[in-house]
Design a protein around this ligand. Structure first.
Ligand code: CA
Length: 226
């Protein structure tokens, strides 16, 4: 397991590094925020331990940047004790957990392990809806055992619909989730849904993607015959 630690307090970083290495993790350490972000983007890490106040670039910016690039890296944030707003902001920006300073190393280790376990569960998750199977770890889709190749966007759109099975997603929500676009309105969503339908619905007897007129779309399993 590879951990990236971005922390400018050298003494604390040393304690964390030694402890994690003692628990058989391999640890890379950056003291500077910018350098840390570049390292996180370039490397393949299983977890990021991220301090907030850093030279170069702060932990919030790093977190935001990683999430906007859809880097699926679990992030444990180190925050100042009692700073509730820091934690909330961190979690809103996509951190997975936080640990207030000062802390004892065993607590850090326990949280690291819990995050990695959770991540493993997420990575192996398969969504099954009727005869459709979506392997979210490998981003692969099949129906009735037939593999259906999708583009990256089409897959992301399908997964967003499938994770909200039975719920209606408005065009705006889809646009936000799939394109991270909160502003402009265009017919991109409709175009993509139509492409997705051709690939995943048209050739199969059970139709899963439904248009909710003038609202949006929903993915639901066919009703059981009465
Ligand atoms: Ca710091």
């Amino acid at each position: 397991m590879r951990v990236l630690l971005i922390e400018d307090e050298v003494a604390l970083a040393r304690v964390i590094r030694r402890g994690l290495e003692g628990a058989n993790f391999s640890v890379d350490h950056c003291e500077n925020g910018k350098e840390g972000l570049e390292t996180a983007l370039a490397g393949s890490y299983d977890l990021l331990i991220l301090d907030l106040m850093l030279p170069g670039m702060d932990g919030w910016q790093i977190c935001e940047e990683l999430r906007s690039r859809r880097k699926p890296l679990p992030i444990l944030m180190l925050t100042a004790r009692g700073a509730v707003e820091d934690r909330v902001r961190g979690l809103e920006l996509g951190a997975d957990d936080y640990l207030p300073k000062p802390f004892e190393f065993p607590e850090l280790l326990a949280r690291v392990r819990a995050l990695l376990r959770r991540d493993k569960v997420n990575k192996t998750r398969v969504i099954r809806i009727a005869d459709m199977e979506i392997d979210t770890a490998q981003r692969k889709v099949s129906r009735m055992g037939i593999d259906i190749p999708l583009s990256d966007r089409e897959y992301t759109l399908l997964e967003a619909l499938a994770q909200n099975e039975g719920r209606i997603l408005t065009r705006e929500v889809i646009q936000e989730r799939v394109w991270q676009d909160f502003e402009s309105y265009s017919n991109t969503v409709d175009v993509y849904v139509s492409m997705l339908r051709k690939k995943v619905d048209v050739d199969f007897p059970a139709k899963l993607i439904h248009t909710i007129r003038s609202v949006g779309y929903t993915l639901r399993r066919p009703e059981e015959p009465h």
